[in-house]
Structures are given as structure tokens and as C-alpha cells.
Design a protein around this ligand. Sequence first.
Ligand SMILES: Cc1cc2nc3c(=O)[nH]c(=O)nc-3n(C[C@H](O)[C@H](O)[C@H](O)COP(=O)(O)O)c2cc1C
Length: 331
Amino acid sequence: MIKKRKIDHLRICIEKDVESGDAGFGGYRLLYRELPEVDFDEIDTSTSFLGKKLSYPFIIEAMTGGSSEGGEINKSMAEIAQKHGLAFGVGSQRAALEDSSLEETFQVRDVAPNIYLIANMGAVQLNHGYGLKECRKVVKMIDADALALHVNPLQEAIQPEGDRNFKDLIEKINKIASKLDKPVIVKSVGSGLTLPVAEKLKVSAFDVGGVGGTSWSIIEGCRLGEKALEVSESFKSFGVPTTECIVNLSKTGRPLIASGGVRNGVDVAKSLALGAKVAGMALPLLRVYHREGGDGVLEYLDRIFMELRISMFLTGSSTIKELDGKIELLG
Ligand SMILES: Cc1cc2nc3c(=O)[nH]c(=O)nc-3n(C[C@H](O)[C@H](O)[C@H](O)COP(=O)(O)O)c2cc1C
């Protein structure tokens, strides 16, 4: 059941228009310096995330696992992350908790021994029989550096089979974060995160997953047929745009992953200038992979990183740290 749903999700993301609203990047301008006083060739794009050095401030976001196709995508994306010095997240590991034969479709350490690797589980599962034991298990299953607990109340509300009891989850997430021996990241998947909730969460980092990128409302609508699509259309851009999430959550002082509608290297630079530590993408990478395989994704990321480098050059930033704050709201 979960396996079939996950395969449907991949197919829909490749075939349909599943992006929502506007992440807000167009509303901001990086501060241009016509004499950057920087040597382009000396620009250093490296950074660190939760104690690990990355060559670029970038994460290949969680997408899949739990099927042979998903396993191939995970291996390929992890290999790319290893080559480029990026972070990488696997998709929800719930399928492998229910069927251990699927564990290998999430395991990538053989091809990516050094990457910052993030395990993944739905936070709502903490209300549906899972707890610290399962959190430890998904981390151990893939030898992960951190655990992302994703929050997707909109998706669960639209799915007829969705898990919709979201009571007391803040307390349960905090308990996991205090007991797990790896950092916990709370991750949204397209509707964003807000400051009042983030301030209550005692986790190590946030992945904002804001409005403007992949919409789980649209995906579930496409999967479930015409009637559901009408409901999902009404909610396709429900939540908080990515740029607004970054600005708001940077007040927590905790590391942020910018995701949801990051679509080029200028968006990556804007995310960092607004206060994110790294930026991430899912949908564009999946589509390039589908069309052109792993080599296509490598080439695509080379373009993204060149755009980031040019953005750093044009703002007079020779390091990622120097990008911080070099942005203004338009008009
Ligand atoms: C096909 C697909 C599957 C995804 N599956 C998961 C998942 O299992 N767990 C999760 O936390 N996020 C999942 N996501 C969300 C992404 O990790 C990311 O946060 C979100 O899509 C926003 O980025 P984007 O606009 O670049 O796609 C998935 C995204 C896509 C496109």
C-alpha cells in the first residue's frame, strides 16, 4: 500500500504540474556591488551544517525509498552528494519499518561514505505507534547523521487514509530530540514552518519546506481523482512562502534549511542572505534524473553552483558568511 502510493507520487511529480504559488524569491534583490573587490577564482563556497563541512551550502532533499526505483534514485543522488560534498536526505522510512526487506532501498553509505546523511520519518507517526525505538531504528538503518521528522498535516488531511491525529506532537518531538543521540530536524514538506511553533520545538534545526515549490495538496489531488483535486486546488498554496519562513525562523538562531521552490543558484544565494544555512531542492532534481539520469543531475547542479558563485561575486562575497544580510526587499 505505502509502496504503491510512493511510486504514484514519483510518477505524478514527473508528469504533472505540482508546484504551488510563489516562494517569494522574486520579491528580493541581492545587493549588487559593481566593484566587488573579490577575485572570482578565490570564492569559497564551503560551509558547515550541524558540525559537518560541506563543499556547497546545499542539500539534495528527501524524496524516496521503499521501492526498487526509489532505491536506485537514492543511490544515484547519494553518489552525487558524495562527489559534490553535499548533504542528502532519504524519503520517509516508514515503509522499511513495516517491511524490513525494503531497508536496502534507503541504504546509501556504500556509495556515499562521507556525506551528511539525514534519516526521515513522519512526526505524526509518534501518535500512531512509533516512538524513540523506531526513531533510533531509522537512523541506524542508514547510518544517518541526523533525523528529519517531517510534518505534513495538509497532505494527511487530504489523503482519505491519512494519519490525522496531530495532538501533543510538540511534546513528543521534544522528547525524541532530548533522547536521540543524533540531531533532530523538524521538516515541512511544502506548507512551511512558523515562528510560534518553532520556538516551542527543542530540536537542532529546521527545514522550512515552504509554499512555492512542490505542493502535496496537488500531488494527492492528482492521485485521488477529480473530486479530491477540487479540494486540493483550494489548498495548493496554503501555508507560508519559503522566503517568509526563512526570515521568521532565523529569529530562532538555529540552523535553517531553505526548501520549497528553490529553483536556481540565485535563489540559493538569496536563501543564505536571508538567514538560511543551506538550501535544498527536490522536484527539479527528480525531473532531471528522470530525463537525463545521474550525469544530467551532476551537470544541472554544476549550473546551480556556478550561479551561486556568480551571485557571491556580484555581491562582493568571497565566503558564504559574507553573503549574510546582503539582500533587500523590492519596492
Ligand atoms: C517525489 C517527492 C517525494 C518526497 N518525499 C518526501 C518524504 O518522503 N519525506 C520528506 O520529508 N519530504 C519529502 N518530499 C519533500 C521534499 O523533501 C522537499 O521538502 C519539498 O519537495 C520542497 O522542495 P521542492 O520544491 O524543491 O520540491 C518529497 C518531495 C518530492 C518531490
